[in-house]
Write a protein that binds this ligand. Structure first.
Ligand code: URA
Length: 239
């Protein structure tokens, strides 16, 4: 057993409120993920490799949404994506087919991505703050966001995206904290620090909102162009 998998040390870290930040991780091939059930859930998830985490999400019962979902929606796309797109939560169609953004909003999102040279099959990963559908598409509850957050953080860490595009106020607030309207968040180079790595982040309107408020599409387009500039400033070009 190494320091990073010692259950007593991990529990102590959790009780001190230090969370996974201080956990020294070794390469997955050197150490299997921690399976000791006495280890706090957040810290255990922070050690999971991709497929074990996917399996755990599939059978997750950490919150009430597990009772009403048809299936979990883990995310879709490529590993090591240029952009990671983060939405709010699966809707009815996503819950039915197990993939994010497949409904009308998803079609618009795909069109927006294509317009800046991106595609979920090529250079993007798409995930949500929640892996399960809130009944009636209500807003995610704070407890549900907190329960799902370790999965999203571990996804971000393992995917290591070059940048993040977050769509919608709910997802932006969940990721960044605070309660700022999109009008204050958009047009800025924000960032999210995950496992010690600062990742550039741009926020824009949710495609479902754009479907209802067509007059905002021009702003979303400006946001995507801005995000593209941020990405290009990183010194990489999408394939
Ligand atoms: N809206 C979201 O935020 N995510 C989805 O996957 C679908 C709709």
């Amino acid at each position: 057993m190494t320091l990073s998998s010692d259950p007593r040390r991990l529990r102590l870290i959790d009780e001190m409120g230090l969370g996974p930040v201080w956990v020294h991780r070794v390469a997955p091939q050197d150490e299997p993920h921690v399976s000791d059930t006495s280890v706090p859930r957040t810290i255990r998830i922070a050690t999971l490799d991709w497929q074990p985490m996917r399996d755990e999400v599939t059978s997750c019962v950490a919150c009430e949404l597990s009772r009403t979902r048809t299936q979990t929606v883990f995310g879709v796309g490529v590993q090591r994506p240029d952009w990671l797109i983060i939405g709010e939560a699966p809707g009815a169609e996503e819950d039915a087919c197990g993939e994010p953004f497949v409904g009308q909003a998803g079609k618009l999102l795909d069109a927006m991505l294509v317009a800046v040279g991106l595609a979920r099959t090529r250079n993007v990963f798409i995930a949500n703050v929640l892996k399960c559908r809130p009944p009636g598409n209500r807003d995610p509850a704070p407890g549900e966001i907190a329960s799902c957050r370790p999965y999203l953080e571990r996804q971000i860490e393992l995917l290591a995206p070059r940048m993040i595009l977050v769509v919608g106020k709910v997802a932006s607030s969940a990721l960044l904290g605070g309660d700022q309207p999109m009008s204050r968040l958009r047009g800025k180079r924000l960032s999210l620090t995950i496992a010690g790595r600062e990742i550039p982040l741009v926020a824009t309107y949710h495609p479902a909102y754009l479907l209802r408020s067509g007059e905002e599409k021009a702003k979303a387009w400006a946001d995507l162009c801005f995000a593209r500039e941020v990405y290009e400033e990183l010194g990489v070009t999408a394939a």
